[in-house]
Design a protein around this ligand. Structure first.
Ligand code: ADP
Length: 475
C-alpha cells in the first residue's frame, strides 16, 4: 500500500494549527505500521530555517495561467518539499494578520499539481492520495479530469479530509482559469460557488471518500447552520462521509516526560503540577485572586475560537478571583483587544500574542482550567492536550469538544470537564462558576483532573480508522 499525503502544513516542519499535528502524526503512525507513505508540502521559509532536506536533483514544472513555476523536489525522510521561492518564500504560511496572501490560489494550485507531478518524478505510484483541506482539495478532481487517462495514477483512489469547513479556498471566478480545469467543471454541480470558484468543493464532489475529524462534526456539517454553504453538497455525499476522531501524540504531549516543564507529574502524583502553576504565575506576573484559579486560552485568534466571548465574560470571571492567561495569534482586532486587556488588567490578565509552543506547554500544565468557547470546533486538539496535562476544559458543546469532553455531573462527581451550550458569555460564565465550585472541594478537583489525564486520545484508533478506509477503497 502506497499513500501519497498532501498537506499545506505538517509537524515537525510547519504549523499554524491542528492540521499540522494531525498530518504529521498520521504520517509517522502510518510509517510505524509499515505503510509506504510520502508527504508532500511546500518548502516555506520556516522549513528552510529549521531543516535541511536533501535535494533529489529532480523538479516539477507547472504552467499556471501564463506563467510556468518550477519547484525543486527536496526530501527529508518521508516528506517531500516543493521549493519554489516566488510562491513559498514568505514570512508566514498563508498570510499576515492583515489578510491572506493575494496569490494563495496560485500557491496551492502549484502544491496540488506539483504533488502529483512530484509523485511521478519520484516514481511513487500511489494506491491512495490523501488530501488535507482546501489547499490540496483540487487533487481529487485533477485525478478525475486532467490525470484520468494517466496510467501512472490508474487505480489511485482519493481521500479528502476536512479539518475545518470554515476555510474553503473561495476565489473570484476570473482565477478559475489558473486551476487548469476545463470550463465544463465551472458549474453549480462542479466547482462554481455563488459565482466564485471553491477549491474545497472540488474535493467534496470528486473524492472517493470524505472524512472529517470527529464523528459529531461529521453530523453537524450536514446542517445548514454548520455547513458554510456546502451542507447540500455534503448531504449528497453523506454515504461517503466519515468522522474519525483525531488523537494527540501522547509521547510528545506528556506531563510525565515534558522536558520544558519545571517539574513533571503523573495522574497518580500531581505534585509537579503545582510547580508548573507557580512558574506560570510568576512568568505572567499574576497576583493570586480570591478564588485562586488560573484560566487559560491557547489558540488561533479568530471568530471561531470565541476569544471575544471570553473578553465579554472577563469582568465577571475576574470578579470570581479567576486570573486569565491568553496565548494566541491571528486577527489584528483580537490581538489588539487582548494586548489592551492584558495591559489594563496587569497582575490579573496576561496576554502573549504570538505562536510559542514552549510557552503553550507551561500554560497547559500550569493553569487550572482551559477555556475553549469555540463557536464550532471540528475536533480541537487544545482540549485534548489540556485534559492530558490535568487542566480540565471549560468548553462549548460543539463538534469534537462534545466527543472528547465528558461533562462534569455535580451529583455523581463524574466527568473530566465542563460543557455549555452555545458560545455565549452567559454560558461560559455558568460553566466557569461550576468549575470554581467543583474545584473548591479538593477531592472533586482531583477526581476531575485524573479522569481527564486518563481519558487517552491516542493516534492508534484514528490510524486504524484511516487504514480501514484505505483498504476499503483499494479493495
Ligand atoms: P485549530 O486547528 O483550529 O487551530 P486545534 O485546537 O485543533 O485548533 O489545534 C491547535 C493546535 O495549535 C494545538 O496544538 C495548540 O496548542 C496549538 N496552538 C494554537 N495557537 C498556538 C499559539 N499561539 N502558540 C502555541 N501553540 C498554539
Amino acid at each position: 500500500m502506497k499513500v501519497l499525503m498532501v498537506s499545506p502544513e505538517a509537524v515537525p516542519y510547519a504549523k499554524t494549527g491542528g492540521l499540522a499535528d494531525v498530518a504529521g502524526a498520521l504520517v509517522s503512525e502510518l510509517v510505524k505500521k509499515k505503510v509506504d507513505t510520502l508527504l508532500v508540502m511546500p518548502f516555506y521559509s520556516t522549513v528552510a530555517r529549521h531543516f535541511n532536506p536533501e535535494d533529489t536533483g529532480k523538479s516539477v514544472k507547472i504552467k499556471i495561467g501564463d506563467k510556468t513555476h518550477e519547484g525543486r523536489i527536496l526530501r527529508d525522510k518521508h516528506a517531500v518539499f516543493l521549493k519554489c521561492s516566488e510562491l513559498y518564500d514568505r514570512a508566514e504560511l498563508y498570510g499576515t494578520p492583515e489578510g491572506d496572501y493575494p496569490d494563495n490560489a496560485r500557491r496551492f494550485v502549484f502544491l496540488s499539481r506539483g504533488a502529483l507531478e512530484a509523485a511521478k518524478a519520484l516514481d511513487f505510484k500511489p494506491n491512495i492520495v490523501h488530501c488535507h483541506d482546501w489547499q490540496a482539495a483540487l487533487i481529487p478532481l485533477y485525478l478525475k479530469s486532467l490525470y484520468s487517462k494517466d496510467p501512472f495514477f490508474a487505480g489511485a483512489k482519493s481521500v479528502m479530509t476536512i479539518h475545518n469547513l470554515g476555510y474553503q479556498g473561495v476565489f473570484p471566478a476570473d482565477l478559475y482559469s489558473i486551476t487548469g480545469l476545463g470550463p465544463e467543471l465551472f458549474t453549480p454541480e462542479g466547482v462554481e460557488f455563488y459565482g466564485n470558484v471553491n477549491f474545497l468543493k472540488a474535493g467534496l464532489i470528486s473524492a472517493d471518500m470524505i472524512t472529517t475529524v470527529s464523528p459529531n462534526y461529521a453530523r453537524e456539517i450536514l446542517l445548514p447552520e454548520n455547513g458554510f454553504g456546502l451542507d447540500g453538497v455534503l448531504k449528497s455525499r453523506s454515504g461517503s462521509l466519515r468522522g474519525i476522531l483525531n488523537g494527540i501524540d501522547e509521547t510528545e504531549w506528556d506531563p510525565a516526560k515534558d522536558k520544558s516543564l519545571p517539574s513533571n507529574y503523573y495522574a497518580v502524583d500531581l505534585a509537579g503540577k503545582a510547580a508548573c502553576r507557580k512558574k506560570l504565575i510568576s512568568e505572567c506576573g499574576l497576583k493570586e485572586g480570591r478564588g485562586g484559579l488560573v484560566a487559560s486560552f491557547v489558540g488561533r485568534l479568530s471568530g471561531q475560537k470565541g476569544v471575544d466571548v471570553i473578553i465579554e465574560a472577563a469582568p465577571e470571571i475576574l470578579s470570581m478571583g479567576v486570573n486569565l492567561v491568553f496565548l494566541g495569534k491571528g486577527d489584528v482586532a483580537y490581538q489588539k483587544a487582548l494586548q489592551e486587556f492584558g495591559r489594563s488588567h496587569a497582575g490579573r490578565v496576561f496576554a502573549n500574542i504570538g505562536f510559542d509552543e514552549g510557552f503553550s506547554r507551561l500554560v497547559y500544565a500550569g493553569s487550572d482550567i482551559f477555556l475553549m468557547p469555540s463557536r464550532y470546533e471540528p475536533c480541537g486538539l487544545g482540549q485534548m492536550i489540556a485534559l492530558r496535562y490535568g487542566t480540565p476544559p471549560v468548553a462549548c458543546r460543539t463538534g469534537g469538544l462534545a466527543d472528547t469532553i465528558t461533562d462534569y455531573d455535580p451529583y455523581s462527581g463524574k466527568g473530566n470537564g465542563f460543557l455549555f451550550d452555545g458560545a455565549s458569555a452567559s454560558g461560559l460564565l455558568q460553566a466557569v462558576k461550576l468549575a470554581v465550585c467543583a474545584f473548591s472541594v479538593p477531592k472533586r478537583r482531583e477526581s476531575i483532573i485524573k479522569a481527564g489525564m486518563r481519558a487517552g486520545f491516542t493516534w492508534k484508533k484514528a490510524v486504524l480508522g484511516y487504514t480501514g478506509i484505505y483498504k476499503e477503497l483499494s479493495g
